[in-house]
Write a protein that binds this ligand. Structure first.
Ligand SMILES: NC(=O)C1=CN([C@@H]2O[C@H](COP(=O)(O)OP(=O)(O)OC[C@H]3O[C@@H](n4cnc5c(N)ncnc54)[C@H](OP(=O)(O)O)[C@@H]3O)[C@@H](O)[C@H]2O)C=CC1
Ligand SMILES: O=C(O)[C@@H]1CCC=N1
Length: 267
């Protein structure tokens, strides 16, 4: 028997998760359902094989696992619409930045089963990195299914509930921070006459390779930096400038701003 898994909201992230599921080893175990007021979003989801529902309440009535994939600012309207259909056996999976399980329970039913998830867009390619936490009412089996979904299209880590806002900077938003960093390197390459495509391919592969060195080489990040830094060479000259310009401070302030915004969105 298939699990009925519904998506309320099929925008950037809802679509990325559905795409991740359909391309994963879980595809045959899951029947996808979707509701989004955007016709374009519905068509895209239907093309993945999701069944269209006429509203979010109907979707909840048909699904055991319900993903809330709307913007935090759109959530109150959704919760009001689905309140009467939420029962003690339904698992609500929220990917909304900053939103707590207590808030969702307060707007639906006391003790609602809520899994809080912070995914990221590389899920689209089966390369996601997802953080998860659960409310006490969610059973280990139910939580296991949600973890498996994200594990089938990337890696996941289970975190304490009270770290779900802080982690956003590390995996949810960080792709954008990394793209911005990449853009600076590519802009530099273009400015010195290197072909844009060549620069993009070279820098992107350097990112992938460096990431693999962090995860698979068995060396610390300090050791990896040392490996690249030939005595009296180019890397040390570049690193000095990054330190002089306080890259560490810029990154810390970026993460702090990200977390602060999550607390502002938090309910
Ligand atoms: N984008 C990302 O990288 C990540 C996003 N998230 C979280 O995912 C959530 C969604 O973000 P994102 O996908 O970027 O946002 P999007 O705006 O791309 O997607 C939200 C979708 O929900 C639709 N929607 C609006 N109101 C309703 C409703 N009442 N019922 C059903 N659907 C509705 C929107 O339609 P319309 O456009 O017409 O309003 C839109 O298609 C956010 O809470 C965000 O915090 C988490 C991790 C990463
Ligand atoms: O920008 C946002 O608020 C969402 C959460 C993480 C990534 N995108």
């Amino acid at each position: 028997m298939k699990y009925n898994v519904g998506f309320i909201g099929a925008g950037n992230m809802g679509f990325a998760i559905m795409k991740g599921i359909t391309g994963s080893s879980m595809a045959d175990d899951i029947a996808l359902h979707v509701f989004d007021p955007s016709q374009e979003a519905m068509v895209r989801a239907e093309q993945l094989g999701a069944a269209s529902e006429k509203n979010s309440a109907e979707l909840v009535s048909k699904c055991g696992y319900i993903f809330l994939a709307v913007k935090p600012q759109q959530l109150d309207e959704v919760l009001a619409d689905i309140k009467d259909e939420v029962t003690a056996d339904k698992v609500i999976v929220s990917i909304c930045a900053g939103i707590t399980d207590d808030y969702i329970a307060s707007k639906t039913i006391a003790g609602a089963k809520v899994v809080m998830v912070m995914p990221n867009t590389p899920l689209l390619l089966g390369e996601g990195a997802t953080a998860l936490a659960k409310s006490d009412s969610v059973s280990e089996n139910e939580f296991g299914l949600v973890c498996s979904i994200f594990g089938s299209c990337g890696i996941y880590s289970v975190l304490p509930k009270d770290k779900m806002k802080e982690v956003i900077a590390i995996n949810g938003s960080s792709p954008a921070f990394i793209y911005l960093y990449a853009q600076s390197f590519i802009e530099y390459a273009k400015s010195v006459g290197i072909d844009e495509k060549a620069a993009t391919d070279l820098f992107a592969k350097s990112l992938i390779g460096s990431a693999k060195m962090i995860t698979d080489s068995g060396r610390t990040i300090d050791e990896l930096i040392t490996m690249v830094s030939s005595k009296g060479g180019t890397t040390i000259a570049g690193l000095e400038k990054l330190r002089e310009n306080d890259l560490d401070k810029a990154v810390r302030e970026c993460c702090e701003a990200c977390t602060k915004r999550a607390y502002e969105l938090s309910k």
